[in-house]
Write a protein that binds this ligand. Sequence first.
Ligand code: DOR
Ligand code: ZN
Length: 346
Amino acid sequence: MTDTLTIHTPDDWHLHLRDGAMLRAVAPESARHFARAIIMPNLVPPVVTGADAAAYRDRILSALPEGSGFTPLMTLYLTEDTDPDDLARAHADGLITAVKLYPAGATTNSTSGVRDFEVIRPVLEKMAEIGCPLCVHGEVTDPDIDIFDREAVFIDRVLDPIRRATPGLRVVMEHITTKQGVEYASEGGPDLGATITTHHLVINRNHILSGGIKPHYYCLPVAKREEHRIALRRAAVSGDPTFFLGTDSAPHTDANKLLPCGCAGCFTATNTLSILSHVFEEESALDRLDSFTSINGPKFYRLPANDSTITLKRGDPVAYPARIETDDGPVTVFDPGYPLHWRVVG
Ligand code: DOR
Ligand code: ZN
């Protein structure tokens, strides 16, 4: 059995780093093993202009450990007031890599998101013209739609019409959680990609709700039935360039997770590579981990893969903290529910 694996240094194509004390605590966790990450803009207030993105990038760079080569790839938060020219300038200057679409009310800090998708049409057309990818949180917010169906309905009602109306628009379906998401992404051609999180490869909805409610497994989109987890695993290990890692590592303090109305998000930055190696080994697909973590994402974003490598080794159970300390309070690290044996050794 293989017990050592060398892959190109991974990138995280969907990451929440937050700001202030939380940023300072979590940035080193991602910078330890990842070379680059697409940084989510759902701060309070959100990152809406090129100037906001430049200022946030500087705050991230100052939160990194001395000598870290980690590169934050910035995004803008798309609102109904986004100025297409500001966006195009930020993209041309290399300040932003993508733009994030949150339907208003879909998730954490999404109230400034989009209510009327017709209003953003000129921005989407500008993005298609300049080749700036749109990262999409793909859930409808219609309260009449069951939360477990919101991704599949979004594809039919919102995503497919947008893509048909905007030829050339490059889209990433973020954190897909359903077999409908997998099917739609795999048939979408080279202008459509999809990220898959670490935790959605591990948990289904039973993990959240059976035998007591587990707030630390609650995230959005919420984990679905087992058949969907299996579809995600098949997609992740397939080697299909459509699918790549976006951890959606989303730290919240334990105090905020454990409220009567607790926050959505799983914090996986600390142990993601150990978990992914475990999953790919279970699927007899360790030889395709590199594609998922390090090759397919850069290819979609038209960036070179990293030159450097990391090595993973299988051995005794990996020790990692149950929670990391921040000046805002502790943040629980995602627990896959089993011991991990793969560690990054170099
Ligand atoms: O679980 C989630 N947490 N899903 C999201 O879409 C947002 C994220 C967050 O920012 O906490
Ligand atoms: Zn996210």
